[in-house]
Design a protein around this ligand. Structure first.
Ligand code: MN
Length: 190
């Protein structure tokens, strides 16, 4: 927990990413960042306590409940990261362009044997149920850790009025919800 690993991986004299000096937290931010590093992927982040719990999703989220999308748990990111768009320079960790593909808030709906549980407990249990209120993604999703795997989870859309196998916002809505830019339109930070 915490952002020590995040900081250790980065040289803040070289990358435009935030150092994470903001101490307040406790909100319920949700963000998906589209990140064209060595492999294009989508970083799902949910604010838990004072950091963003993070998963890298190679294919991105799906609105089709029959699609289970691999989600690799990655290091916690600082809360300020939810605003980050730019280009991480060559040679730095995660080098490549980043846009904020979707952003909003979430509600924790996680339970264990019928009892409501905290996000921290749900993360430890390896089963998180949450409802998104984003611009592109809405409704309930589950993150389920694969048995016997260290960092591999699955992101699954739960059946509700927002589930729709015909819609694919990954391809139909590629632009940033902050700047309107597509990934290739992001300029290197000077
Ligand atoms: Mn990433």
């Amino acid at each position: 927990m915490g952002i020590t690993e995040y900081r250790n991986k980065r040289d803040f004299s070289r990358t435009p990413e935030p150092e994470g000096n903001q101490t307040e937290g406790g909100g319920n931010l949700y963000v998906v960042q589209k990140h064209d590093s060595s492999n294009l992927h989508y970083d799902l982040r949910l604010e838990v306590r004072d950091a963003l719990k993070s998963w890298a999703i190679p294919l991105g989220p799906s609105l089709d409940p029959s699609e289970k999308r691999l989600a690799m748990a990655t290091e916690d990111h600082p809360v300020e990261y939810a605003e980050f768009e730019g280009e991480i320079p060559q040679g730095e960790y995660g080098a490549g362009k980043v846009i904020v593909w979707d952003k909003g808030t979430y509600t924790n709906n996680s339970t264990n044997e019928g009892e409501k549980i905290s996000m921290t407990q749900a993360y430890e249990n390896g089963e998180i149920t949450f409802e998104l209120t984003g611009k592109k993604l809405k409704g309930e999703f589950a993150l389920v850790k694969m048995k016997g795997r260290k960092n591999q989870w699955l992101l699954i859309k739960i059946k509700d009025k927002y589930a729709d196998a015909r819609k694919n916002p990954i391809s139909s809505k590629p632009e940033s919800v902050i700047s309107g830019k597509k990934l290739k339109e992001v300029q290197a930070n000077v």
